[in-house]
Structure formats: structure tokens, C-alpha cells
Design a protein around this ligand. Structure first.
Ligand SMILES: [Zn+2]
Length: 209
């Protein structure tokens, strides 16, 4: 991991493990900032800069919106479709979204708010909502993802509740840096979810018997 590059970040050195058990690294961003991030977020591409990338693309997007207007862009179509399936009872998909209580946060009722938070839709990607029961469409719950990522998200049907948060096994794996097979195996063996998630995992490779 050390020396590897992920987007604008270069991994510099390891840092103490997070309380959650996540493996952490100090990274150097191309913009000059340093940042602390988890190995799993780097690996899955969730963290690609110190935060400057998101700010940059959002600023660029806002500028584009004010100067040219964006009604004919993919980003606008994605936003309009999201709003429609959640808020228009006549929309075809409404029964799977709005009718089931999946809401759009107030800030995103306006295209400008959505654009400022999400930036422009990257080519080949679409809006992915975390399949969280109470999630809805809001910044903390959405990302741009490829169709493949979204399919993986949907396939994963095993959910675990921990600290009052219900997430798929794959998402716990991404968040905690703990292999999902390990979490699942422990729970199957009768461990409580708390113990399964909080007990650090030592791979056999690192600790030969
Ligand atoms: Zn940066």
C-alpha cells in the first residue's frame, strides 16, 4: 500500500488503526494537503483526494450551470428522474420509491443543490443510492457508480444491524476493512453482531500457526 497512488493521493505511511478496526494510512494529496484515510476507502475508490477533488468538481459544475445551463446534460436528467420517481405520484416508478417513503432531501429539490453536492455525473455512471431503509436521496447516502457496482450492491442481500445502523455485509466490509466472510462466519457461529464486528481480525498469513 505504501507508495501506491489512488487518484490524487499517494500513500505515505501507516497510521494507528481506527477505533472501528479500520486500517489507516497517511496520504499526500497532489494539491499539497495531507490526509488520513482508510485502506478500504482507497481500495474501493471512495477516497481519491484530500477533499479538494469534490470541491473542485462541484465548483466547476456550478460555474457550468450558471454560464450555460444544464438541461440537456445527463446530470440534469438523472436529477429530474430521481425527483419524479420520489415526488410525482403519476410517475411510472413512483410506487417503488415515493410510495415506499423514499424521499429526496430538501436541498436536492433544486437542481443547483444536487449539483453542488454531487458534481457532474461522470461518463458511464449513474446515481447510486445506498440501499438503506431510511436512507432516501441525500448527500451522505448517494454516490456516482458504474452499473457493475450497483449490481453488486443489489446482489448483496445479507443485512446486519450494528449500533442501530442496518447495512449490507458488503457495506460493513467496506466501512470496517474487515472481510465480509469473517463477519458472516462469526455471526453464523453464534457470535453477537457487536462481537463479530468489534473483535479485530488477524489474517493467518500475518500470524502463522
Ligand atoms: Zn487535495
Amino acid at each position: 500500500m505504501i507508495g501506491q497512488r489512488f487518484g490524487k493521493l499517494k500513500v505515505v505511511s501507516s497510521a494507528p488503526r481506527a477505533a472501528s478496526g479500520n486500517i489507516m494510512y497517511h496520504c499526500q494529496c497532489d494539491c499539497g494537503e495531507t490526509t488520513l484515510t482508510s485502506a478500504s476507502h482507497l481500495r474501493i475508490g471512495k477516497t481519491r483526494s484530500c477533499g479538494c477533488l469534490r470541491t473542485e468538481s462541484a465548483a466547476r459544475a456550478t460555474l457550468a450551470a450558471t454560464t450555460h445551463g444544464m438541461k440537456n446534460t445527463a446530470t440534469y436528467r438523472v436529477w429530474a428522474a430521481m425527483l419524479s420517481r420520489c415526488r410525482n405520484p403519476n410517475a411510472q416508478q413512483y410506487r417503488n420509491y415515493g410510495a415506499r417513503g423514499i424521499a429526496v432531501c430538501k436541498r436536492w429539490h433544486k437542481f443547483e443543490g444536487f449539483l453542488a453536492d454531487m458534481g457532474v455525473c461522470p461518463e458511464g455512471m449513474s446515481l447510486d443510492r445506498h440501499p438503506n431503509v431510511n436512507g432516501g436521496y441525500k448527500p451522505s447516502n448517494c454516490r456516482w457508480a458504474t452499473t457493475l457496482q450497483q449490481a453488486r450492491n443489489k446482489q448483496n442481500t445479507i443485512y446486519l444491524e450494528y449500533n442501530g445502523v442496518r447495512k449490507s455485509l458488503r457495506d460493513w466490509e467496506d466501512d470496517l476493512g474487515l472481510p465480509k466472510e469473517v463477519i458472516y462466519g462469526r455471526v453464523k457461529n453464534g457470535w453477537s453482531v457487536e462481537r463479530a464486528i468489534e473483535t479485530p481480525y488477524q489474517s493467518q498469513k500475518a500470524h502463522p500457526r
